[in-house]
Design a protein around this ligand. Structure first.
Ligand code: ATP
Length: 846
């Protein structure tokens, strides 16, 4: 069947609309904007400003305070909208795909473009994209639990309807789409089908908790500071406004939105490095991953296979050619005795096969499994085209391949009778064949020799059967072996070495045989002293035993998906944070169980993708390592801008406290060092944009040279507190120093500006918590340069524009004043540079 034409499909898309379940209405923009002002402190601040205006009959301060609050609100709103937008964009990227036939060609499309009338194909593991009526079904079993809640698999045959949102657990099928989008049964009953969960991550939890905790602490501290002021006889209303402004400035209310932006920006970077994160949660876990368990085929290796050798009746035959181009020869050297056997083997490879070989503009392509693709190419080299063969030998039955069975069988009606053809793992096929022990040994010896050269080995068998024969896979005739190369992917060796440096253990979990697996592991530098454990050994092993040896195993071979659960358990019991890859339906439980489940974007089934935290868009192992690196970076950046903010706030609070305690006399002459409007202004400048600029910081040179972060280690550590207090103290001393030194009329302006300058130097400190800024280079973070220059520009405006001078208690300054302020502010950079240096030398000495 040729399906709809592309033109007709487009027309129908216009008529019926996209195949989407419309999400519930999101929060309205107005609500998001208003929610910026719902904080208790902000409300109090607004009231305090108004009260002070009434009592003191001085309205400028109140107006400026209100404007700053409004402006902060707008900034908060923009931040939240951006965060929301970024998450929506990620959701769209993770949208599911569907395979349809259009103009006679199988193509994969975004499932939102499926239209009624489309010929839709289903394969094991795929999620049904729309309601459809089956026209063909091979052993088709579906999981309809999303619709019915019933978890038992349901068998379906031609004529049945299958529903959107259900998944194929077994077999294959094709059918005509009857309804899409909200017209489907699923659309009628279901709410939002979310590609990305909006659940709160531990990090966000921690920030919430920390925010509240810091909030209460700040309010207490501010209250104490204000009381000290009152005891010293400062005017009560002003102190009240000051205290509230200080609290508003110091409470990290912008933090959650900024963190969401930081996470979303990080996710975008990960996506550009081919790792699509489906749960925000996983970003943090990624940073603490200590073991990566990965498949071999297609992840560590190219997955583009080429048959190199055929073992036939005791002879090893070479095959030439590269890739999927069906050009090359089977070097039989005119051994005509073997011709018949070779033909049978090639036929088995081509008939017992669900892939397609297609010539496209940019070369030959495989649709379907790459192992099967390689067999089609081999058959072509021997003169057999699948389409013609399929016509001559019609398929009447199939027992599909699964990772548990490790073999596949089809029944075909050929001109001279009905035959079963099987292919699969060597030992599995041998167990289905009539061979003497010595013959089996001979075959196994040859299979091992191929595997030793890192070839992937597949065995073939056949037998003559009756229609409806139930005994297909026994007493078969052994045909031969095929060995295909599947070279390691470029960059994998380097990625494995980087993992080692980063204290991350990598191990291979493959369905392939132990010899091939070991040969590949050795080639990519994975195995140094590691042990090899097979699925059969795992079956015999108790939990304790596995747990005991888990640290030493690098290769698990000939395993089935359920073995992965056992491995995860053992590693978790050893305290590891486990990332696990998977692609098939049966991998879903393991993907869920692992701390980080990683599914394959290209070869992965929808079921696996849905169970996973991360989708690898290029199926490449190196992308996992890139994601870990980004995960570590995101966490580091968040901690850095948190420390930055903390040190700024501690500085402001201490400065106010110092003024009350030590500068009573000066205050009466020079005015208060940081009036409320200035505090709010500093808060606006330092809290909004610089943290976002810091969150764009690239992974540092050393980020993959440190051991994984312990899972329980949060943002707020003793080191963070130490740096926060030291820098805060420094900023307060700088302010006090300038206050002491400056002329009375300039004092407020100079303290104010010194704090801003100091914090602008401080922001450079927090581009990295360990590296010197001179090593990173001052100009390498463009957004930060932009943020800092615009902050300085705004500060200049506030100082020099006459009508703002009154509002902000400022006056114009001389070049000499600037030199002094910059020199004092610079000490923030110098001191932190020195602290980093001391820490580093101490580390290298211990
Ligand atoms: P990995 O687990 O690293 O992806 P794999 O592809 O070898 O490796 P499985 O897909 O579980 O893992 O396959 C297990 C074994 O089954 C293979 O080693 C191969 O011998 C056999 N096999 C793979 N694909 C097919 C197929 N399409 N038909 C028949 N047998 C197959």
């Amino acid at each position: 069947m040729s399906g709809l034409s592309q033109i007709e499909a487009e027309r129908r898309l216009e008529v019926y609309g996209r195949n989407e379940i419309t999400e519930e209405k999101r929060r309205s923009r107005l609500l998001i904007f208003l929610s910026q002002f719902k904080s208790f402190l902000i409300v109090i601040l607004i009231i305090a400003a108004v009260v002070s205006a009434v009592v003191t009959e001085e309205v400028t301060d109140a107006i400026i305070i209100l404007l700053i609050v409004l402006f902060s609100g707008v900034l908060g709103y923009i931040q939240e909208m951006r965060a929301e937008g970024a998450i929506q964009a990620l959701k769209r990227m993770a949208s599911p795909k569907a395979v349809v036939v259009r103009d006679g060609k199988e193509i994969e499309i975004d499932s939102t473009f499926v239209v009624p009338g489309d010929l839709l194909l289903l394969d094991t593991g795929s999620k049904v994209a729309a309601d459809m009526r089956l026209i063909r079904a091979v052993d088709l079993k579906l999981d309809e639990s999303p619709l019915t809640g019933e978890s038992e698999p349901v068998s379906k045959v031609a004529g049945d309807t299958v529903f959107m949102g259900t998944t194929v657990l077994h077999g294959r099928g094709e059918g005509i789409v009857t309804a899409t989008g909200m017209k489907t049964e699923f659309g009628k009953i279901a709410g939002a089908l979310q590609a990305i969960d909006d659940e709160e991550t531990p990090l966000q939890h921690e920030i919430d908790r920390l925010g509240k905790w810091l909030g209460v602490l700040t309010i207490i501290v501010c209250a104490v500071v204000a009381s000290v002021g009152l005891l010293r006889g400062a005017p009560p209303v002003e102190i009240f406004v000051l205290g509230i402004a200080l609290a508003v400035a110091a409470v990290p209310e912008a933090l959650p939105a900024v963190i969401t932006i930081a996470l979303a920006l990080g996710l975008r970077r990960m996506a550009s490095r081919n790792a699509l994160v489906r749960r925000l949660l996983s970003v943090e876990t990624l940073g603490s991953t200590s073991v990566i368990c990965t498949d071999k085929t297609g992840t560590l290796t190219e997955g583009e296979m080429t048959v190199r050798k055929i073992y036939l009746k005791g002879r090893m035959i070479e095959v030439t050619g590269v890739g999927y181009t069906p050009e090359g020869e089977i070097l039989l050297y005119e051994d005509e005795k073997l011709n018949h056997d070779l033909e049978l083997l090639l036929m088995a490879g081509s008939l017992c096969n669900n892939a397609h070989l297609r010539k496209e503009e940019d070369g030959w392509k495989i649709v379907g499994d790459s192992t099967e693709g390689a067999l089609l190419v081999l058959a072509e080299k021997g003169g057999f085209t699948k389409d013609l063969l399929d016509e001559k030998c019609e398929r009447i039955d199939e027992i599909p391949f699964s990772s548990e069975r490790k073999m596949m069988t089809t029944v075909n009606r050929c001109e001279n009778g009905v035959y079963a053809f099987s292919k699969g793992a060597c030992e599995v096929i041998l167990s289905c064949c009539r061979l003497s022990e010595s013959e089996k040994e001979e075959v196994l010896k040859n299979a091992a020799s191929m595997a030793g050269d890192a070839l992937r080995v597949l065995a073939f068998s056949y037998k003559s059967v009756k229609v409806d024969d139930s005994n297909l896979e026994s007493d078969m005739v052994f045909l031969g072996l095929v060995g295909m190369i599947d070279p390691p992917r470029e960059g994998v060796k380097k990625a494995i070495a980087r993992c080692r440096e980063a204290g991350i253990k990598t191990l291979m979990i493959t369905g392939d045989n132990p010899i091939t697996a070991t040969a590949i592991a050795r080639e990519i530098g994975m195995q140094d002293k590691g042990e090899i454990v097979t699925g059969a050994m795992l079956d015999l092993m108790g939990e304790d035993e596995l747990e005991r040896i888990a640290e030493d195993v690098t290769v698990y071979a000939r395993v089935s998906p359920f073995h992965k659960l056992k491995v995860i358990d053992a590693l978790k019991a050893r305290g590891h944070i486990v990332a696990m890859t998977g692609d098939g339906v049966n991998d879903a439980p393991a993907l869920k169980k692992a701390d980080i489940g990683i599914s394959m974007g290209i070869t992965g089934t929808d079921v696996a993708k849905e169970a996973s935290d991360i989708i690898l868009m290029d199926d490449n192992f190196s992308s996992i390592v890139a994601a870990v690196e980004e995960g570590r970076t995101i966490f580091r950046n968040i901690r850095n801008f948190f420390t930055y903010g903390l040190s700024c706030h501690i500085g402001e609070i201490l400065l106010v406290l110092f003024a009350f305690l030590f500068f009573e006399d000066l205050v009466s002459v020079k005015g208060f060092p940081l009036p409320a409007v200035q505090i709010l202004w500093i808060n606006l400048l330092t809290d909004g944009i610089p943290p976002i600029a810091l969150s764009t910081e690239r992974p540092g040179y050393n980020i993959m040279r440190e051991p994984p972060r312990r899972k329980e280690e949060g943002i707020f550590t003793r080191r963070v507190l130490f740096y926060g207090i030291v820098i805060g103290l420094l900023v307060a001393i700088q302010g006090s120093f300038i206050f002491h030194l400056a002329d009375p009329e300039k004092a407020q302006t100079m303290v104010f500006t010194t704090i801003v300058i100091s914090e602008m130097f401080n922001v450079f400190n927090w581009r990295s918590d360990k590296e010197s800024i001179f090593k990173l280079g001052f100009l390498t973070n463009k957004p930060l340069i932009l943020a800092v220059s615009s902050t300085i520009l705004l500060q200049l405006i506030v100082i020099y524009l006459p009508f703002l001078q009154g509002a902000f208690h400022t006056v114009g300054l001389d070049p000499g004043d600037w030199v002094l302020m910059i020199l004092v502010g610079l000490s923030t950079l110098v001191v932190v540079e020195w602290m980093k240096f001391v820490e580093k030398t101490r580390l290298t000495h211990t």
